[in-house]
Design a protein around this ligand. Sequence first.
Ligand code: AKB
Length: 313
Amino acid sequence: MKKILVTGSNGQIGFGLVQHLRKIYGAENVVATDIRKVPGPVSEGGPFEVLDVRDGRAMTERLSSAKADTVIHLAGVLSAKSEADPQLAWDTNMNGLYTALEAARANGCALFFPSSISAFGRTTPAKNTPQDTIQRPSTIYGAAKVAGELLCDYYHLKYGMDTRGVRFPGLISYSALPGGGTTDYAVHIYREAAAKGKYTSYIGKGTYMPMMYMPDALDAVVRLMEADPRKLRHRNSFNVAAMSFEPEEIAASIRQVIPDFTLAYDVDPVRQAIAESWPDSLDCSAAKAEWGFSPRYDLDSMTREMLANMPKA
Ligand code: AKB
């Protein structure tokens, strides 16, 4: 990667990734885009353009004027919000990806696609979910992710486009809040623990999901996009996760730093049903073997860093 255009730069991943990429590749070589401009490091720390990912002409022009060789296509609507508005989700997540692929093809760019654990469903083996397995999700978000994985593979096979992707688990960061996801509780719990010493979880006790701390996710994107293509047997998309936990385990980890922390439950049936249809844990051996995926953080080291960086009450 030399000249990179990022879509969805104001989102949870984009916020951290744009800054990470600018440190590695130089601020002038990372063009951040989003549907709106928000004051802050993303729009002020380097080139920024307003871009609706469904506007093919605008995206093609932006890639051409930036002389980009890579598109990191992050713009999308998360799982719970997608269930609330399936039409918006399909339009943004599917038509946005199609637009990005076509614009990237016209400009000879590589493209990164963030798939998700939502690409699996209830009939997928839930524990240590294999890289290649049943993918029959029951959400519109998951359906778009499976279709997106296939579409990216199609562009690689048909046009030789360098498409690569990972299936992100729940991502946890202190710098940017997620919005509208199912795994978001694992971010909110740290905020509330630091601010109030208590949290009410909308995800039920005993519900495991794969997770990863944001610095490991950012490192994974760069490693995958810089990997030797001859070593990639898979492309769209690789299982990646660093840990798997349920609410009681994250609470126990928080209590090592905040002993009086209390956890209560008020389960949201929509997000609980989504969580129960997703894997408990992932087999990431393909990502490790093919491009050296190696996350550094486990639950306790992530907890210490999260709480040290949270705004206090
Ligand atoms: C969500 O919860 O929607 C996302 C995801 C796992 O794709 N964090």
